[in-house]
Design a protein around this ligand. Sequence first.
Ligand SMILES: CC(C)(COP(=O)(O)OP(=O)(O)OC[C@H]1O[C@@H](n2cnc3c(N)ncnc32)[C@H](O)[C@@H]1OP(=O)(O)O)[C@@H](O)C(=O)NCCC(=O)NCCS
Length: 174
Amino acid sequence: MVRLSVIESVWVEDGAEVWPVYEAVLGDHSDYQSWREAVWDRHAARAGFRLARAYDGELLVGFAYGYTGENGQWWTDNARKVLQPDIGATWLGGHFELVSLGVRDAHRRGGIGRQLMQVLVQDLPHERLLLMTTSDSAHAARRLYASEGWHVLGPGTGDETVIMGKRTADVTRA
Ligand SMILES: CC(C)(COP(=O)(O)OP(=O)(O)OC[C@H]1O[C@@H](n2cnc3c(N)ncnc32)[C@H](O)[C@@H]1OP(=O)(O)O)[C@@H](O)C(=O)NCCC(=O)NCCS
């Protein structure tokens, strides 16, 4: 049984706790300090920041986080370049951007990833949710997103990636 927690502001210790899981699961930064400088400290300071955590006992086994995406931010501006203009105009700016999601290997396939996604976006004030992920529709994350009502809006900003979106109103209608 995992315990879930959602917070909207973080201390240094929270980043230090997320890092080992981030590193084990995503492994795209060489060390804690460079991850903090390149990613975490900037993201955690953004408006609308939200972090969901899953614990097995005292051990952090999964996390998901995002923030309000705005024009002028790197990802929003670059997503606008790759999405069809009408889609970009409809979806980008003031959206909730789900930046990262990961569950430790040993804890996968038990519903933690789905619970993290659900609590992260629960009762958000944003009307539009966006994320970028692999273009491989058979990938675990793609299956999870599809089953949570996300759909592909167009190509992503990197090779073999797509941008997916979901309207929070869809939740109410479901
Ligand atoms: C994607 C990830 C977060 C899923 O976490 P999880 O706790 O294993 O997911 P869940 O147990 O909640 O599964 C939810 C759904 O995801 C899909 N899924 C999860 N693992 C899967 C797998 N190995 N193969 C196929 N589908 C899978 C299924 O649709 C599943 O629903 P089901 O159990 O009803 O079949 C996890 O695999 C992970 O951390 N992957 C590496 C990091 C990553 O890819 N992050 C996303 C970056 S965009």
